[in-house]
Write a protein that binds this ligand. Sequence first.
Ligand code: COA
Length: 388
Amino acid sequence: MRDVAVIGIGVTRFGELWDKSFRQLIAEAGSKAILDAGISGTEINALYVGSMSAGRFIGQEHVGALVADCAGFSHMHIPSTRVESACASGGLAVRQGFLSVASGMNDVVVVGGVEKMTDVVGNEATNTLATAADQEWESFFGATFPGLYAMIATRHIHEYGTTREQLAQIAVKNHANGVLNPYAQFRRAISIENVLNASMVAYPLGLLDCSPVSDGAAAVILCAADKAKKYTDKPVKIIGSGQASDTLALHGRKDICTFESTIHAAKMAYKQANIQPKDIDIAEVHDCFTIGEILAIEDLGFVKKGEGGKAIDNKITTLDGEIPINTSGGLKAKGHPVGATGLAQIAEIVMQLRGEADQRQVKEAETGLTHNIGGSGASCIVHILEAM
Ligand code: COA
């Protein structure tokens, strides 16, 4: 395997973007990444695109070809592949692009992720997202993702004494980070009282414990690491990539407070990178609901199982903490256009490692991790990145 580096990134604003179409969003993110990398179109060997459910959100399938076409590459006839793994579609697209460069098959690839979720009404968005749960055993009986994560939160509270206030503090922290991110959907600070008094979605998760329904796109350019300096002074190497799966439905797990897919994907990525959790300086994790961030920091090995709540009390995950988590605002405040999320996580870590994250810049960050979950933990992708 060859080493692989990120040489360019591009993100659109996330939000309810009524004036931008699916194809405009991915074209904007892709062209920003190409400009950032300073490559020409003729150097691109392949495209990978993460999109969870364009068929249901905008009635458009055949997304690989569509993206090659709207990016202006159809005349080059380069391979373009759509990748799907529910909310981890973006992370998996990065892994597919990474593998294709690492294998020597391609030298330069564009990996994009996009979702346009707000063209359908709320219930339809909820039902579309619920297609990533088990249709026969969960969705058919009315379980939605807020409902499934609420069960996990309830169990975590029962097992470990985690409190609603601790969950609320995660939303408060991520909104505070979102204020500093010009691409974030929500750029407003909230208080613990706001979170605790917000309308209940699925107990114990209120409106402000949930990531929103969002539109947006993000893209990165991957290149063989030995050629990266030709394009940029600040390449960022992908030193570990891991992927794992688990039962689709929650009821098949021996412990719903642990995402085994995270543990296994992380183990694979740490082993490849030859590092341990304590070596990670900064991470973007999958906080689709506040409880998701607690599970993530526990299962990634940053804190012991059951101590995720205490970590937020002790402020170790804030911007100036021991291990800043979700400096971008996370899915909670930055937004969660599902296919784009995994790419936006990589883009944030690259900005941080290049020292380009402006007001939310973390000091002395050299090694960063991204953690992208599909469904309620049935799939997980972890990447570890390091400044070259
Ligand atoms: N956080 C903060 N504010 C939110 C929000 C969120 N998650 N979701 C909506 N809002 C705000 C909207 O901006 C709007 O504010 P405004 O009145 O000032 O414009 C207001 O709340 C109502 O928005 P609306 O779109 O009507 O909310 P809703 O009740 O239809 O949806 C949720 C709220 C939480 C149900 C929806 O965001 C949701 O389903 N989130 C989870 C998405 C999900 O499951 N993703 C996959 C994870 S695996």
